[in-house]
Design a protein around this ligand. Sequence first.
Ligand SMILES: [Zn+2]
Ligand SMILES: [Zn+2]
Length: 278
Amino acid sequence: MKLGFHISISGGFKNVIPRARACGCSTIQIFSRNPRSWKYKPLNKQDIELFKKKTKSENISPVFIHMPYLANLASSKSDLSKRSVDSLIEDLERAEITGAQFLILHIGSSHDKKRGIKQMATGINIALNRKKNDVILLLENTAGCGNELGYKFDQIKQIIDQVNEKERIGVVLDTAHAFEAGYDLKTQKGVETTIDEFNNLIGLNKLYLIHLNDSKTKLGSHSDRHWHIGKGEIGNGMRYILNHPLLKEKPFIMETPRESIKDDLMNLRRVKELLNKK
Ligand SMILES: [Zn+2]
Ligand SMILES: [Zn+2]
């Protein structure tokens, strides 16, 4: 099973793989730059070469890059939506340079759902057309906080339907976001129903990654608070997600709270315990 964490790039890419190894990752997610700023520096060639070499020698794969948080392709403000598309083009390029196979994009926010969804698809089409490479763009389901789009699988399907290059678009399913959006992942039946709905609407062949997070907030809260595996509101439901036969081949990445590496090691241990309890 491919299992990993979001890993910090602070101090440079050369630090990523040693950090990943310390918390037992066989796959990783990283930012390519500061996620809370529009500003960025060009990637350091030497640093990236070392990163790519280590990724290979440590057999860490796939590598997922997460887009900065500021981007909102669905924004009704044209300067923000344009900036977001530019940001997406930049990270498609950075994903290619760093050898990442996937780029993760949060579905944007808009008070006008229909227009927002259309604008998301238009922005994605522009970016994919501008930057031609093998990187697959993954849309992440949201908790539906405020005006966030993409908390219902049907909304994600509507975006994908309007994307021209279907082979370059997929989905990452965040378990905390799904639960917070109202998909009951606490019980075996709830997990089955949720996976079935995803499969019927989008297709599990489009699911390239699970963000394995428990939730601090209640079912349908529309409030996003990630929590430690098995210790949040999803709790025991994590067991059914981890052992679901149709998810067996998918990579799992945790974005659980981390004060120190001890938290990661605890969550890793918890996942391994749950995997044995079928
Ligand atoms: Zn996530
Ligand atoms: Zn989240």
